[in-house]
Write a protein that binds this ligand. Structure first.
Ligand code: FRU
Length: 428
C-alpha cells in the first residue's frame, strides 16, 4: 500500500529562494518530493531473518568495491575486493560512527567474503567515513578516497586520498601492501559548500563527505562527487531553508591526483532534504544516472520520504537532472521494516543495475514510525540496539533502468553480490 506524502500541508516555498548560491545546480524540489509514493516497483523485499554475517568481530555498514579507473569492478587474479566502514561489535551500534575504521574483504565469487585487515595505514582524522577506491592497473596502485572525520575542527569532515597501496594476491587470499601517502583534497569553502560553523544554528546534521571517484565519460577527467550542503539562511530545524543538501563536485588538476579544485554542486535539495549521501554515478546508454541516499528524518518540514535510494538522470555532468520515477524515489525500505537497509550502492551490470547495501535496524516497523525514528535509535538501551542492528551486508537487489523509470526486479536472496568483475561499466 502507498504511504504517500505525510500530507502535513505546510505551505512553504519551492526552493528557488534568494539564498541559492549557484545557478548551475539542478534542483530536487518540494514538488518532486511530494510525488514520493511506495509502490511495489520501488520497494525492497523484507530481508529474511537468517542472512549471513560477514564478520564475527565487526559491525559493517557503508561498503564500496575496488573499481578500475573506468568504473568497472576490479577483479585481480580472480579476486574481488570491497571496503567497508567497520567498528567492533562490543560497541553499541548507535555509537559506531565515531569509531569507524575502513577494512577490506575479498571474495572469488562475490558471495563468500573473507576478512582482510585495515585498509588505511595511519589515516587522517580520528575516524574515517565513506569513500571509494580506484585501482590503476598500469601504475599498480590504489587510489583510496575517504572522509577523515573528527570532533576537532581541523578534520571535521574533509575529503582525502590515500595513494600508494596495492594488492598481493595468492591462492587463498588477498593482502593489501605498500606504504600510503595521505593527501587532503577538499574542505568546505563557505561559499559553494557550507562549513560546519555556518550550519551550527540550522541544526540536525552536517555534511562534507563521501568522495566517490569517477572518470568523466567524455573528457576523461578525474573527478569526485561528494555529499555537501549549500550555505542557506535557515536559522533552526523548523525552518525549511535549513535543509540544504547538495551533491558536490571536485576535479583533479594534476595527473598525480594530488591537487583538486572544488566545482559548484550539480544537484541541490534546498527546502527538501538535508542529506544527499554517498552520491555516485551509473553511466548507461549515454545517460548520467546520479544516485544518492537519504533518510526519513532529514526531509524538510512538511515533506515525507522513506529511508531510501534516490536517483536522478541527466545528459551531462551539469545537465538538467530529472528525478527518477517522478519523485526521485528508487528503492525504499518496505513499510513493515522501514529501517531494514541503508547505504545502497548502484553499479552497472549489463543493461541492468546491481545494488549493494547493508542491514541496518531491522526490527523497527512502520508502527514505530513517529514513535521511534532512526534519529532516536541511539537512545534505545544498548542490548535493544544490538538486537535490532544487522551490521552486515544485505542481499543485493537487481534494478531495471528504463529512461526515467526504474523497477526492482529481483532480490539476490542468498548473496551480497557485486557485478562480476572486469567486463562491466564502459569496458577497459
Ligand atoms: C551513510 C553515511 C555516510 C557516512 C557514513 C558515516 O550511511 O552517513 O554518509 O560516510 O554513513 O557512518
Amino acid at each position: 500500500g502507498a504511504i504517500g506524502a505525510a500530507g502535513l500541508g505546510l505551505a512553504v516555498g519551492t526552493g528557488s529562494g534568494a539564498a541559492r548560491k549557484t545557478g548551475e545546480a539542478s534542483a530536487w524540489t518540494r514538488e518532486h518530493a511530494n510525488n514520493i509514493e511506495l509502490t511495489d516497483d520501488l520497494t525492497a523485499p523484507v530481508i529474511n531473518e537468517n542472512s549471513d554475517v560477514i564478520s564475527d568481530d565487526y559491525w559493517i555498514w557503508d561498503t564500496w568495491p575496488l573499481r578500475y579507473r573506468d568504473g568497472s569492478i576490479a577483479k585481480i587474479n580472480g579476486w574481488q575486493v570491497v571496503f567497508s566502514l567497520t567498528a567492533p561489535k562490543n560497541l553499541v551500534p548507535g555509537a559506531r560512527h565515531n569509531e569507524a575504521t575502513i577494512r577490506y574483504f575479498y571474495s572469488r565469487n562475490g558471495h563468500d567474503w573473507q576478512e582482510g585487515g585495515t585498509a588505511l595505514d595511519d589515516p587522517l582524522g580520528h575516524h574515517q567515513w565513506a569513500g571509494s577506491a580506484m585501482y590503476d592497473r598500469s601504475e599498480d596502485q590504489i587510489y583510496h578516497f575517504y572522509t577523515p572525520t573528527s570532533a576537532e575542527p581541523e578534520f571535521r569532515q574533509r575529503l582525502a586520498l590515500a595513494k600508494g597501496a596495492t594488492l598481493e594476491t595468492g591462492p587463498h587470499g588477498v593482502e593489501l601492501v605498500g606504504e600510503q601517502e595521505h593527501i587532503l583534497i577538499g574542505k568546505a569553502d563557505g561559499e559553494l559548500y557550507q562549513t560546519l560553523e555556518q550550519s551550527r544554528d540550522q541544526g540536525i546534521v552536517y555534511a562534507f563527505r563521501d568522495p566517490w571517484y569517477f572518470q568523466h565519460p567524455e573528457t576523461g577527467e578525474d573527478m569526485v562527487v561528494f555529499e555537501g550542503n549549500t550555505p542557506t539562511e535557515g536559522e533552526n530545524p523548523d525552518d525549511p531553508q535549513s535543509y540544504n543538501g547538495n551533491v558536490g563536485v571536485a576535479r583533479a588538476t594534476n595527473d598525480e591526483l594530488t591537487e583538486w579544485e572544488l566545482l559548484p554542486p550539480n544537484l541541490e535539495a534546498i527546502e527538501v532534504n538535508q542529506q544527499l549521501e554517498r552520491p555516485h554515478y551509473v553511466f548507461q546508454n549515454g545517460k548520467w544516472y546520479l544516485f544518492v541516499l537519504s533518510h526519513e528524518f532529514t526531509f524538510a518540514p512538511g515533506l515525507w520520504g522513506p529511508d531510501a535510494l534516490y536517483g536522478f538522470v541527466s545528459d551531462s555532468l551539469y545537465g538538467d537532472y530529472e528525478p527518477l520515477n517522478g519523485s526521485g524515489l528508487v528503492i525504499a525500505n518496505p513499510e513493515e521494516a522501514s529501517f531494514q537497509g541503508y547505504s545502497w550502492l548502484a553499479m552497472p551490470q549489463g543493461n541492468d543495475v546491481l545494488v549493494e547495501s547493508f542491514e541496518n535496524f531491522r526490527g523497527l516497523d512502520d508502527t514505530s514510525r513517529g514513535e521511534i525514528g532512526l534519529d532516536e535509535v541511539g537512545y534505545l538501551p544498548p542490548e535493544e540496539q544490538k538486537e535490532l542492528f544487522g551490521g552486515t551486508l544485505a542481499p543485493s537487489l537487481k534494478l531495471q533502468l528504463n529512461g526515467t523509470e526504474t523497477r526492482v526486479v529481483n532480490e539476490l536472496n542468498d548473496g551480497h553480490f557485486l557485478p562480476s568483475g572486469g567486463s562491466n561499466g564502459r569496458g577497459q
